[in-house]
Design a protein around this ligand. Structure first.
Ligand code: ADP
Length: 639
């Protein structure tokens, strides 16, 4: 019989499939089962208006038949089937839809190996059978026709098509499984457990029953008696035809049929979670884009969460068929802790990454879902503050990164979800902070160090607190970057108590302070020189309360940022340093002692006291001191 050739573009794709080095070959089953399900949809629809079909809804099914000896997997459906022309056109040519676009994309980019991974995610339909088979036979009979056709192909060199017999309408796709290779175990696809696993994973929610024979051990009475006169039992293997898929996905069912508790149960089982989710989002959207979503904000995290490249994320389904296990394009990274399912009949199975990225419908779904997730989180913050704070401890870093990412583009969407420490154990939102501000307060005051406790002990905080104003205590460079990005809250600017003008001094006071600094210039220069280059300037300060000194910075880089950059990957990054300024309190006895030593000409003592002030300022700012033993010696030498 003459072999027919595939169209050029199909041949190319087929070549890729056959020689695919891609590891995720298992998706072939999803593709073939989806085709079967679509074919049943079509006939079922026809049956609504055509009595001749003679099948009820309950009669439709997909059978999977494994034959280890013959090395075949058969996927059988009693759907609409194909005529000879259709078989030729549909199976001999790449479908016009996604597959074709996929192929073009691949040709354009010329990076075949990389692009092969796309196959695994989006599938290219029927041809994927050739990833695991060395021969595919399709026996199909179109509804309403008397004869059936047999389409057969061993791959890229072409196919044959002949008439044959089939009892009723429907299609058998018979895949002859390849021999095992060096590191490819194709035989596994002939194992019932493997096929069951794949059905569960990819096709669990296909609307039609997917049936398979399953072997069970059954106890039976032999009719004989044992020595005690009891009936004698033995076991035998029985084969039962079972439905493997669960068919109706929980997220497809209406809210009145499925309680929130059911959803929580589903979440715990699916994601092996110990704790209940912090929030649940259920959406049933109809309109320009129709979709159903069931999303969860986890109630717990593990220590590796931040480092895990592959987050569990959101799984995309189209009509119950999984099309993408982790869709990282649906919501922004700041919500990447959200897990769950989005199912939309508007998404096609054959969709390339390119299309997905620019898919308007997907964008709309993503935006809507983000609003819903935010809404649930705000509700949690209002109704169950401890739970929200727990959530924020788990995933707040993501939200903070989200504020800084993309040049701060999403900061206004996220700002109301942020919390900051206002004392060692109390978290506050920016809205709450501004709401608590007395009329006399004009700015949002914050201090930053490596820990909240440290930030609280910074001497510059004293003056703010003594006025009865609240403070925000930041404990990371990320916190500082968040504040820098946010810029203001409800019209109130942020003020770093270490580096910014607190705004408490009048112009006269400022002028007087400046004059005092000028008067003491000689002493201040002496201190700076005794300390050396690590300090760029020494100045008198009136905002240190009871403390003798404080380390502050000038310019854009703060001590926290310096600490952050010091852990950076490049030498260039690690060399970024803050410009340090030592502030000293002229009213403090230690500073007075220094001044006395200097004026009385005891430069040695004045120099030693300068060094002590510098080390003290570092200790208070949480900066590591290089030589604690030397510091101890300096102190003891004084007495
Ligand atoms: P797609 O499903 O994206 O159209 P496929 O390569 O999977 O691409 O299938 C091509 C076409 O072959 C389908 O659109 C359908 O018309 C036909 N087809 C495949 N499998 C079956 C089947 N089991 N029953 C009827 N038609 C089928």
């Amino acid at each position: 019989m003459a072999k027919k050739q595939f169209k050029a573009e199909s041949k190319r794709l087929l070549d890729l499939m056959i020689n695919s080095i891609y590891t995720n070959k298992e998706i072939f089953l999803r593709e073939i089962v989806s085709n079967a399900s679509d074919a049943i949809d079509k006939l079922c629809y026809k049956a609504l208006t055509d009595d001749q079909v003679g099948l009820n809804r309950d009669d439709f099914r997909i059978d999977i038949i494994l034959d280890k000896n013959a090395r075949t997997i058969t996927v059988r459906d009693n759907g609409i089937g194909m005529s000879k022309d259709e078989a030729e056109n549909n199976l001999g040519v790449i479908a016009k839809s996604g597959s074709y676009a996929f192929k073009n994309e691949m040709t354009d980019s010329g990076k075949e190996e990389e692009d092969l991974s796309i196959i695994g995610q989006f599938g290219v339909g029927f041809y994927s059978a050739f990833m695991v088979s060395d021969e595919v036979t399709v026996i199909t009979r179109k509804y309403g026709e008397e004869t059936a056709v047999k389409w057969q192909s061993k791959g890229a060199d072409g196919y044959t098509i002949t008439d044959c017999e089939r009892d009723s309408a429907g299609t058998d796709v018979i895949m002859h499984i390849k021999a095992d290779g060096d590191d490819e175990d194709f035989s596994a696809y002939l194992e019932p457990w493997k096929i069951r696993t794949l059905i569960k994973k990819y096709s669990d929610y296909v609307r039609w029953p997917i049936k398979m024979d399953a072997e069970h051990q059954e106890r039976f009475d032999t009719g004989e008696k044992d020595e005690k006169g009891e009936p004698k039992y033995e076991y035998r293997t029985v084969t039962e035809n079972e439905t493997v898929n669960s068919m109706i996905p929980i997220w497809q069912r209406s809210k009145k049929d499925v309680s929130d508790d059911d959803c929580i149960q589903f979440y715990k089982e699916k994601y092996h979670a110990q704790k209940n989710p912090a929030a649940l989002v259920r959406v049933n959207a109809e309109g320009a884009v129709s979709y159903k979503a069931m999303l969860f904000v986890p109630g717990e995290t593990d220590e590796f969460y931040m480092f895990r490249e592959e987050k569990e994320g959101i799984t995309l389904y189209s009509n119950g068929v999984m099309i993408m296990e982790k869709c990282d394009k649906l919501v922004h990274d700041y919500f990447d802790f959200v897990k769950g399912i989005v199912d939309s009949p508007d998404l096609s199975l054959n969709i390339s990454r390119e299309i997905l990225q620019h898919d308007r419908q997907l964008k709309t779904i993503g935006q809507n879902l983000e609003k819903k997730i935010k809404g649930e989180l705000e509700k949690l913050m209002k109704d169950d503050r401890p739970a929200y704070e727990e959530f924020f401890k788990n995933f707040g870093v993501q939200l903070k990164c989200g504020v800084c990412d993309e040049f701060g583009r999403n900061k206004d969407f996220l700002r109301d979800l942020l919390l900051f420490y206002t004392s060692e154990n109390r978290l506050i939102s920016l809205k709450e902070y501004v709401g608590n501000m007395p009329e006399s307060q004009s700015a949002i005051y914050y201090a930053s160090a490596d820990t909240v406790k440290h930030a609280m002990s910074l001497p510059q905080c004293e003056e703010v607190r003594s006025r009865g104003y609240e403070m925000l205590y930041l404990s990371s460079a990320l916190d500082e970057m968040v504040i820098e990005n946010l810029m203001e809250q409800d019209g109130k600017k942020f003020c770093n108590v270490v580096t910014d003008d607190l705004g408490f001094e009048t112009d006269e006071e400022k002028k007087a302070a400046e004059e005092r600094n000028t008067e003491s210039k000689e002493l201040l220069d002496f201190i700076r020189e005794s300390i050396g280059d690590e300090i760029s300037k020494v100045r008198l300060s009136a905002k240190l309360g009871s403390q003798p000194c404080a380390l502050t910075t000038e310019g854009g880089v703060t001590l926290e940022m310096e600490r952050y950059f010091s852990r950076g990957p490049s030498e260039e990054m690690r060399s970024i340093k803050a410009t340090r300024v030592l502030e000293i309190n002229p009213d403090n006895s230690l500073v007075k002692a220094l001044q006395d030593a200097y004026t009385s000409g005891d430069k040695e003592k004045a120099g030693a006291l300068s060094g002590i002030l510098n080390t003290l300022s570092k200790l208070m700012a949480g900066v590591e001191i290089e030589d604690p033993a030397e510091f101890t010696r300096q102190i003891s030498n004084l007495f």
